[in-house]
Write a protein that binds this ligand. Structure first.
Ligand code: PHE
Length: 345
């Protein structure tokens, strides 16, 4: 009988040793140590033995059970450790692997153009000012010498929110606001980039929302030739040294005198071709000397100070520079368009 128990133990240890998963190991536990197991079975002879023999058999069977139990426990621990190691290995992150590169967008062309223009003027000592897109009639019109019922208000088809509130039609209200901040003490040298809105029907050259960069300089000896020199410098930086500008008389209520500024045509350089309708020039911006009324309303003494102002349309600059024929391209978010203009990055 003792031999039989020895064999059972040997078989059990052998099977436990070979077992490779916890479920299987549990089955072995039931198989060897359960009520219907071989040890219990061997115990059936107990009733036919004398006291001394029973004692020995009882002891050996307990030892056998313990040995098997210990082997199972040890194996359980071993398998658990193996499983954990396997799991950790599977979940390990290899930091030396090449990383996933998220697709990067590009800065929108309009922002790139605004930055380019800002850089030029900041280089000339200008600071950048901003203001609200929802404006009051007061700053958008009145402070710019456009009282109610002034016929020139028709030039700027306005989105009104209430009778007094509107979507700004130009960035000029920022110059009105800035002038008041300076409390009548110059010099002032600012540019104001931002979105503006007009009740236009969208087509290739019109958009109900577009961009403007307003420029304003106020000082004690500011003249029209300063304006011309400034714009000439700007135009040559943006379009190239070989381009010239010219002034044509125009009208804006907030400037006197007012001018439209043209640049020589990129294609014919001023000789005249189909692109410039044979004029040799292409219109790029409006400008003028700040009207004394505007200086006065802004808190500056028009007898002491003069100023010039100009309004740049960044989309128009981009269209001329890159041959874009439809302003709506800037606002439809067509990635095929946007991706062509990765100028800086
Ligand atoms: N604010 C004018 C417009 O939008 C442009 C402009 C600005 C003209 C400054 C002259 C001087 O029409």
């Amino acid at each position: 009988m003792l031999e039989k128990l020895k064999d059972i133990c040997k078989n059990a240890l052998c099977e436990i040793n070979e077992c490779q998963d916890l479920k299987q190991l549990n089955l072995l536990r039931v198989k060897y140590l359960g009520k219907k197991g071989p040890i219990q079975d061997a115990m059936k002879v107990m009733k036919d033995l004398d006291k001394e023999q029973r004692k020995v058999l009882g002891q050996v069977s307990n030892e056998t059970k313990n040995d098997i139990l210990e082997a199972i426990d040890a194996k359980t621990k071993k398998l658990e450790k193996q499983m954990l190691e396997k799991k950790l290995k599977k979940e390990a992150i290899d930091v030396t692997l090449p990383s996933f590169k998220p697709p990067l967008g590009t800065m929108h062309l309009t922002n790139q153009i605004i930055e380019e223009i800002e850089d030029i003027f900041v280089g000339m000592g200008y600071t950048i000012a901003t203001g609200p897109e929802v404006e009051t009639d007061h700053y958008n019109f009145e402070m710019l010498n456009l009282p109610k019922d002034h016929p020139a208000r028709d030039m700027q088809d306005t989105f009104y929110i209430t009778e007094e509130l509107l979507l700004r039609t130009h960035t000029s209200p920022v110059q009105a606001r800035t002038m008041l901040e300076y409390n009548g003490v110059g010099p002032v040298k600012i540019i104001c980039p931002g979105k503006v809105y007009r009740r236009d029907d969208d087509d290739a050259t019109h958009s109900h929302q577009f961009l403007q960069i307003e420029g304003l300089v106020i000082g004690e000896d500011v003249t029209m030739s300063d304006l011309k020199g400034t714009l000439e410098f700007y135009v040559k930086k943006v379009f190239g040294e070989d381009r010239e500008i010219r002034f044509r008389p125009s009208f804006f209520p907030f400037t006197e005198p007012s001018v439209e500024v043209d640049v020589t045509c990129a294609k014919c350089k001023g000789k005249g071709c189909s692109m410039c309708k044979h004029s040799g020039y292409i219109e790029i911006l409006g400008a003028g000397m700040v009207h004394p009324n505007v200086l006065g309303m802004g808190g500056f003494d028009p007898n002491k100070y003069q100023g010039f102002a100009f309004g740049i349309g960044p989309e128009r600059i981009a269209m001329l520079k890159y041959g874009i024929d439809d302003i709506r391209q800037f606002y439809t978010n067509d990635l095929r368009f946007n991706r062509q203009f990765n100028l800086k990055y």
